[in-house]
Design a protein around this ligand. Structure first.
Ligand code: MG
Length: 369
């Protein structure tokens, strides 16, 4: 029986501002949820709402978290799908805060089952997970310098943020970066909806010879008609990111042939339960997926790696958000090796927790019976 839920509004400074076509952020603003069973075992989850993508703020997630927590007190933690239905009944949308609860519930149940989360979910470590690192949208010389630095650090996959109106500067950026890093580095791009159809058409055709792996969210996410015609003509595979929050969106994108690939983020789907549905729908459509994140710490990304191990159709891994934080307050959880391969251990649950001294810096909101 769920006995107590704690809510922590936390904040971690980024080493450098993270800049995408929708603007810049300087901090990861996290809402951390701890769900305690009556025997004292707890599960922990987090979310990092981006107001320009989720329409959620930290203040909003904390306010809703209090309501959601009060509704879950006294319930059996094992019936996760019932809890998701309850949260959906209480408030529409708000995928980010729902994700924090879902993650904590899965962590708690896997701990109680004494299984690492990937095994609890039916997965296995049957693949190598290599992360990219992301180059922010900046003047061309700064982006080239950052790309070269990441290659020096051993990264073999770079994700380049683009999406400047008109697209010509973006084309110039990618020619300069490809020239600087050579042909052995995998380059993927993400316009974060910054182009319109004509910008995107111009950019994608102009970059055909640059061997770009895929392009995330080239145009305004709700514009499904233009996404469909862009996907048909693009020589670079199109990945839906902001256009696919949940499984309902995934089905719509697939039915409309409006993308070649889907980027799954727990913070968009509302957590692991719905992310499983997206991966399943994509699998049925023979579609490959990526996993990605907002600015979560190693805690949220550890949960994501466990989910990643469940699905053979997840072949792209964008797991660099913890590397952008100026501190790492997480105990346990995922590790990066020297080649930027990512893995998790076999401790029960997702294996990550926050250092209690870190949590002491923030307000602790406790919801009990
Ligand atoms: Mg993206």
């Amino acid at each position: 029986m769920i006995d107590k839920i704690e809510i922590y509004p936390a904040r971690i400074q980024l080493s450098d501002p993270f800049v995408i076509s929708k603007g810049a952020i300087s901090h990861a603003t996290l809402t951390i949820i701890k769900i305690y069973d009556h025997d004292g075992v707890y599960g922990i989850g987090e979310c990092c709402p981006y107001r320009s993508i989720h329409g959620e703020t930290q203040a909003g997630t904390v306010a809703f978290a209090k309501d959601l927590a009060a509704a879950l007190i006294g319930l059996d933690p094992e019936t996760i799908h019932d809890h998701i239905a309850l949260m959906n009944k209480m408030i529409v949308g708000n995928a980010s805060v729902k994700c924090a609860f879902d993650m904590a519930l899965y962590d708690l149940n896997a701990k109680k089952a004494e299984k690492p989360l990937y095994k609890f979910l039916g997965g296995s470590k049957n693949k190598t997970i290599m992360t990219d690192n992301t180059v922010s949208l900046l003047p061309i010389d700064k982006m080239v310098a950052k790309a070269e630095k990441f290659v020096d650090q051993g990264f073999t996959i770079l994700k380049i943020k683009l999406g400047e109106k008109g697209a010509q500067n973006d084309i110039d950026r990618m020619y300069a970066i490809r020239k600087a890093v050579g042909n052995d580095i995998i380059l993927r791009i993400d316009a974060n909806q910054g182009w319109n159809y004509y910008d995107a058409k111009k950019a994608l055709l102009a970059m055909e010879s640059l061997d770009i792996e895929h392009c995330e969210e080239p145009i305004h996410a709700p514009n499904i008609n233009d996404q469909t015609r862009l996907t048909q003509l693009s020589p670079i595979p199109i990945m839906a990111d902001e256009a696919v929050f949940n499984h309902v969106d995934a089905l719509r994108i697939i039915r409309n042939q409006a993308a070649d690939l889907i980027n799954i983020k727990l913070g968009k789907s509302g957590g692991i339960a719905n992310a499983m549905k997206i991966a399943s729908i994509a699998e049925a459509a023979d579609m490959y997926c990526q996993v990605g994140s907002f600015s979560e710490s190693r805690l949220g990304i550890s949960a994501l790696v466990h989910f990643d191990y469940v699905w053979n159709n997840i072949i792209y891994h964008d797991l660099d958000s913890p590397l952008m934080l100026s501190e790492d307050p997480v105990i346990g959880g995922l590790t990066y090796n020297e080649k930027w391969e990512v893995t998790v251990g076999d401790t029960p649950g997702h294996g990550a927790d926050y250092d209690p001294d870190f949590l002491k810096r923030f307000e602790r909101i406790e919801i009990k019976d």
